[in-house]
Ligand binder design. Structure first.
Ligand code: 13P
Ligand code: SF4
Length: 302
């Protein structure tokens, strides 16, 4: 393993590359990445790094967002097939249909969406800034896409707006069920339940804290409690245990694995840097439209 890590380090220097990784990729990739974070942190970081090549250890929408925000940089995906199924769970036709029915509408698009969907939206959000951004919008009607669960979680906290929901969902988080959490809580009654708001509302209801991957890590790190039930993809355990070696973390069940995030391997990182493979390319028109929604997110999240 040391060998491949040294090769990656050497190639990064030669190609002036930086590795950005999401908390859901496997441990050894998080260990060698230059920056690891949640979707909001990574999209912001992509605008700050000076290297000319960004190597994205994550899924397609993350690499696309980095490219849209930095059209002059070369962005490569570690695995070109790594994609988020939820990103495709709404169509431009559906957006236009809702636009035609409602006045005073903002189309609010979770960053887990394709560039085409972002280009049809007014503003992007991530799980860490959605509440702040939706609250700050002047519009009465909010069409929240593509995630119905995150949309409902936000709507419950923003009672002065009318929400139109979409029925998209994360196939990984919906498998973290209310009953599984109840069972784990019986096993570890003193543990706090930390959950991602992509889980279903009946599961989120049981949690002591709901938030983004970075929010979950931050909460556990600052907490005086020393046991936690973690209701999100199990990749976060790497950073949770790194930051809190004395605390105990339990998963809810055996299905907390995002298969697309696990496509990312050290071997593939080496190859894509060496051969400049899986370069993210987007049409100028789509990029410009999507950039407006992402820029609006960065502006409103400040
Ligand atoms: P975060 O922004 O919380 O890291 O979420 C990304 C994601 O894909 C959750 O499933
Ligand atoms: Fe998409 Fe779910 Fe995987 Fe996140 S965990 S990238 S939302 S499939």
């Amino acid at each position: 393993m040391d060998n491949i890590i040294n090769e990656i380090k050497k190639l990064k220097k030669e190609k002036n590359a930086v590795i950005l990784a999401h908390y859901y990729v496997c441990d050894e990739v998080q260990e060698i990445a230059d920056f690891v974070g949640d979707s909001y942190y990574l999209s912001k970081k992509a605008t700050e790094v000076s290297e000319s090549m960004i190597v994205f250890a994550g899924v397609k929408f993350m690499g696309e967002s980095a490219k849209i925000l930095n059209p002059e940089k070369t962005v490569v995906m570690v695995d070109g097939k790594a994609d988020c199924p939820m990103a495709h769970m709404v169509t431009p036709e559906k957006i236009e249909e809702v636009r035609s029915k409602y006045d005073d509408l903002a189309v609010c698009c979770y960053i887990n969406s394709t560039a085409e969907i972002k280009a049809h939206s007014d503003v992007c959000v991530t799980s860490s800034n959605a509440l702040k951004i939706v609250k700050s919008l002047p519009n009465k009607n909010i069409f929240f896409i593509p995630d119905g669960n995150l949309g409902r979680y936000i709507a419950e906290k923003v009672t002065d707006k009318n929400f139109i929901f979409n029925d998209g969902y994360c196939p990984v988080h919906v498998k973290i069920t209310r009953q599984d959490i109840i069972n784990k809580k019986k096993e570890y009654p003193n543990a706090k339940v930390l959950i991602h708001p992509e889980c279903t509302p009946d599961a989120v209801e049981l949690a002591d804290y709901a938030g983004s991957t970075a929010g979950i890590i931050d909460y556990a790190t600052k907490s005086h409690c020393d046991e936690f039930i973690i209701a999100t993809e199990k990749g976060v355990l790497y950073e949770l245990r790194n930051k809190n070696p004395e605390k105990k973390f339990y998963t809810v069940n055996d299905s907390q694995i995002c298969p697309d995030m696990k496509y990312v391997t050290l071997e593939k990182i080496k190859n894509v840097i060496e051969n400049t493979e899986n370069v993210v390319e987007l049409s100028e028109k789509m990029s410009e439209g999507a950039k407006k929604a992402l820029d609006e997110m960065l502006r409103l999240a400040e």
